[in-house]
Design a protein around this ligand. Structure first.
Ligand SMILES: [Zn+2]
Ligand SMILES: [Zn+2]
Length: 304
């Protein structure tokens, strides 16, 4: 992490911002206005990138150009007081699509978040754009951040209720995403915790869980990507701590992995939500600075 310029605190940054181009609840302009009022120095937009099939929560392929134009326009409106970056949160679905597959190379993005939402159970159909049921839901797997009701239904249907097998698949997918690369920031490292409050569905302390997560830690450390400390699960009342868990953050720190602090905001009031918890988590893991992205590349911000 040496050699990067350091900026003095306080500097508010967020690189994980959704808006009405995907499943965000506010317009991009409203998100930018709220961030400006809150004193952010850098705001990065990261709409869910289009997938090779239609969903309710990702951007439509036809909207990509309008999205980039709209965010660039906001950059002109707010610059230079607040720098606005254009990014995408790109799903990694092994065998189907991912940040490294070049689909967005021509979009003129400033950065990409690589995220795993889908698990691909053994025995399910191979992931293809056509592997959808009559309601348009994929038959090749499911998203671990869906509602608890759907999550339980999918766990029993695809895994016969074996949540630990699902966890293995989730972290294998994170490791595969990291090995494939093509992104700057790894999104919500342990999103699989979202539907596990109180460790109701699986233990996060057992050997099996830790081994699965550690394989992903090693792959992410090799990738050179920044890992986000993501407070979105806390803001939505789903977790009591940011992603990643404290012990994972310590393992990342031990391997020299840089971290940034992101809200994963889908509405304006979440832009700074649980920011203090995120900063405390970084400090507790031994970090004294964040690694963030500016218009000219990565730099470091002191925690203060
Ligand atoms: Zn996500
Ligand atoms: Zn997100």
């Amino acid at each position: 992490m040496g050699g990067l310029p350091r900026y003095t605190p306080p500097m508010l940054t967020n690189f994980h911002t959704h808006c009405e181009f995907c499943d965000g609840k506010a317009t991009a302009a409203a998100m930018a206005d709220a961030a400006r009022r809150a004193g952010f120095s850098i705001l990065g937009f990261s709409s869910h990138a289009p997938l090779p099939f239609v969903t309710r929560w990702t951007m439509k392929q036809a909207s990509l150009g309008d999205y980039v134009d709209a965010i660039r326009g906001l950059g002109r409106t707010h610059g230079p007081d607040m720098r606005i970056l254009v990014g995408l949160e790109v799903d990694s679905i092994e065998g189907l699509c991912g940040p490294a597959d070049g689909r967005f190379d021509g979009a003129g993005l400033d950065y990409r978040i690589g995220s795993v939402h889908f698990v691909l159970p053994d025995g399910a159909p191979a992931p293809t754009p056509e592997a959808l049921d009559e309601t348009g839901e994929p038959t090749f797997g499911f998203t671990v951040d869906e509602s608890e009701e759907k999550f339980d239904d999918h766990l029993s249907r695809f895994y016969d209720g074996d949540a630990e097998a699902m966890v293995d698949d989730y972290y294998a997918a994170v490791a595969a995403c990291a090995r494939a690369g093509g992104f700057d920031i790894l999104g919500h490292f342990d999103l699989v915790r979202k539907n596990n409050r109180g460790q109701r569905r699986f233990s996060e302390e057992g050997r099996r869980y830790r081994d699965a997560a550690m394989a992903a830690v090693e792959a992410v450390a090799e990738s050179g990507a920044i890992v986000e400390i993501n407070t979105g699960g806390m803001a939505r009342g789903k977790t009591d701590s940011p992603y990643p868990a404290a012990w994972i953050l310590r393992e990342l720190k031990a391997r020299g992995v840089g971290v940034c602090l992101n809200a994963d905001a889908h509405e304006t009031r979440h832009l700074s939500a649980h920011r203090e918890d995120g900063l405390r988590a970084a400090a507790a893991a031994g970090y004294d600075r964040l690694t963030v992205i500016g218009p000219d590349g990565r730099f470091q911000v002191e925690l203060g």
